[in-house]
Design a protein around this ligand. Structure first.
Ligand code: G3P
Length: 221
């Protein structure tokens, strides 16, 4: 299972990269705005900065919503760095754009996916990744993980190569359950990754080991 971090915050990306287990980054216009990154050149520079930190796929989202606009913007983004994945919204022109990039061998991430039918269309169009937003489904009393299960079944039925990128992951249990289902990738906040480390028995066990070591070292002096 690949671990992506869902942020445009360079410090958090560095921290996740330093752990040695980061496989990529996803961003979106809201995450860029949260970091105060506005204006075309600043956005481009920020994507370049992210690509310098992480050796893995970096999703960069187009703003255009018409076919020609998405192609022009996506080509520009793809030219920035070999790790850029062009992120395209799940809309009619988006499907056409996914097919265009797929035919050109440019990686894509189909975003804002909330149903199995949408995921099927993304796979048919040759998307590299499909991003079902599980947290946002949970927010409206709909089981996001069930959607991951449904997409896994459909993709396996037909051996679609599109990778299921569980997005809008909010916490550690989302990560674990996505792993159980067989999502190919998860993207979430740094806390969902570092939270996996935590167990009180690890902490108390380590404290005991160190105390016993110190006792026997003192006794052998
Ligand atoms: O990866 C999609 C993500 O950015 C949306 O997450 O937490 O805003 O629903 P969230």
């Amino acid at each position: 299972m690949k671990f992506f971090i869902d942020t445009a915050n360079l410090d958090q990306i560095r921290e996740a990269q330093d752990l040695g287990i980061l496989d990529g980054v996803t961003t979106n216009p809201s995450l860029m705005a949260k970091e105060g990154i506005t204006g075309e050149q600043n956005v481009i520079n920020h994507y370049k900065a992210i690509c310098e930190i992480v050796d893995g796929d970096v999703s960069a989202e187009v703003i255009a919503t018409d076919y020609e606009g998405m192609i022009a913007e996506g080509m520009k983004l793809a030219d920035l760095h070999e790790n850029i994945v062009v992120k395209i919204p799940m809309i009619k022109d988006g499907i056409k754009a996914l097919k265009y990039f797929s035919d050109k061998g440019i990686k894509t991430n189909c975003t804002l996916v909330f149903s199995a039918g949408q995921a099927l269309l993304a796979a048919k169009a040759g998307a590299t990744y499909v991003s079902p937003f599980i947290g946002r489904l949970d927010d409206i009393s709909t089981n996001g993980l069930q959607l991951i299960e449904q997409i896994r079944l459909i993709y396996d039925n037909y051996a679609f190569e599109t990778e299921i990128l569980a997005a809008s992951v909010r916490h550690t249990m989302h990560v674990i359950e996505c792993a159980e289902i067989g999502a190919d990738v998860m993207t979430g906040p740094l806390s969902a990754i570092t939270g996996l480390l935590k167990h009180p028995l690890t902490d108390s066990g380590l404290a005991q080991f160190l105390a016993d070591h110190a006792k026997s070292a003192a006794a052998n002096k």
